[in-house]
Design a protein around this ligand. Structure first.
Ligand code: SF4
Ligand code: ZN
Ligand code: ZN
Length: 310
């Protein structure tokens, strides 16, 4: 028997293509895309992420989340003629992986007419991630090197383009995973750093996460609906066992109890907000590179120092 899909809960005229289990809505493609854009706009407003004349650097990796965010911010920005958008990408130097992703990023920027800056690990640190992985025989994973060095590289690149905001495309799944990861490691300092509104501190471009309430599954669907080409190949170093376990656990719980990821994320926000200002966690500047840090030597210099010994 030929069964027609139910009509969209919102417009009641077009057939639904997606069942949003955590809200009970059934949505047509157009209403689905509209709700995601409105959610990003609400997140920006709620956390007062931008000024009307902000110069916003968007971190674009070439994956679905960052390309969707770039497109959404490009549309939202049209309402704010004094605001500016610049895309920044970090080339970690992962052969056969990042080079492909960067092609998607460059192509999207070209089509949207957005300025695009690419900074590489090789220029900044003297090593590609592939070279780091080859030298790295210690206990620190390649992902740890990548994460720490990319975080610094994004800040450096955003500063260089004169941005006053750095928007990253962490999605709801990333946020819920990071919250549980930090809880399981007992790391409340890092928990504070995940706040979507970011924080203002000398030397740091304020980092905001306007995409933090978009579930990964919906992000993939949005990219397909809008015909946005993105990289699907996994990184050859994807190895963070603990995060993968948490991802599987959260997906399992979400399937059994829709809305679990939102609950974890919102509870983490309440914990962070009860902990007080994040500025208190960063004390001085690194003796070697002069960047802000909690200790005497920053994590970037510590990791690079380890490599030099090998
Ligand atoms: Fe970097 Fe690890 Fe992500 Fe690959 S999986 S891009 S190495 S953090
Ligand atoms: Zn509809
Ligand atoms: Zn340093």
């Amino acid at each position: 028997m030929d069964r027609k899909p139910p009509l969209c809960t919102l417009c009641r005229s077009r057939p639904s293509i997606y069942h949003r289990r955590y809200s009970g809505e059934r949505l047509c493609a157009r209403c689905f895309a509209k709700t995601l854009r409105e959610r990003v706009e609400r997140t920006i407003a709620r956390f007062k992420m931008f000024e009307y004349d902000s110069r916003i650097a968007v971190a674009v990796s070439g994956g679905k989340d960052s390309l969707n965010l770039l497109h959404l911010l490009h549309e939202i920005e049209e309402k704010f003629p004094k605001a500016e958008l610049i895309a920044i990408s970090i080339d970690e130097g992962i052969e056969g992986y990042r080079d492909e992703a960067l092609r998607f990023a460059s192509e999207a920027c070209r089509r949207l007419g957005v300025e695009h800056h690419i900074t590489s690990f090789k220029e900044l640190y003297g090593f590609t991630l592939d070279e780091i992985a080859e030298r790295n025989i210690g206990e620190v994973t390649t992902c740890t090197y990548c994460g720490v060095l990319r975080r610094r590289a994004l800040n450096t690149a955003a500063r260089e383009v004169g941005a006053d905001r750095l928007a990253t495309a962490h999605n709801l799944d990333d946020m819920a995973q990071t919250a549980l990861l930090n809880l399981l490691r007992g790391d409340l300092r890092r928990m504070r750093l995940m706040h979507p509104a970011g924080f203002s501190l000398e030397g740091f471009v304020r980092r905001v996460k306007p995409y933090c309430e978009i579930p990964e599954r919906e992000s993939t669907l949005l990219a397909y609906i809008r015909g946005i080409g993105f990289q699907t190949k996994p990184c050859p170093y994807a190895e963070e066992a603990m995060r993968s376990d948490i991802r599987r656990f959260l997906n399992y719980m979400e399937a059994r109890r829709p809305g679990t990821k939102f609950i974890v994320y919102r509870t983490a926000l309440r914990i962070i907000e009860s902990l007080g200002a994040v500025e208190e966690t960063v004390g001085g500047v690194c003796k070697l590179c002069g960047e802000p840090t909690t200790g005497e030597i920053c994590r970037v210099c510590q990791l690079l120092g380890e490599l030099e010994k090998r």
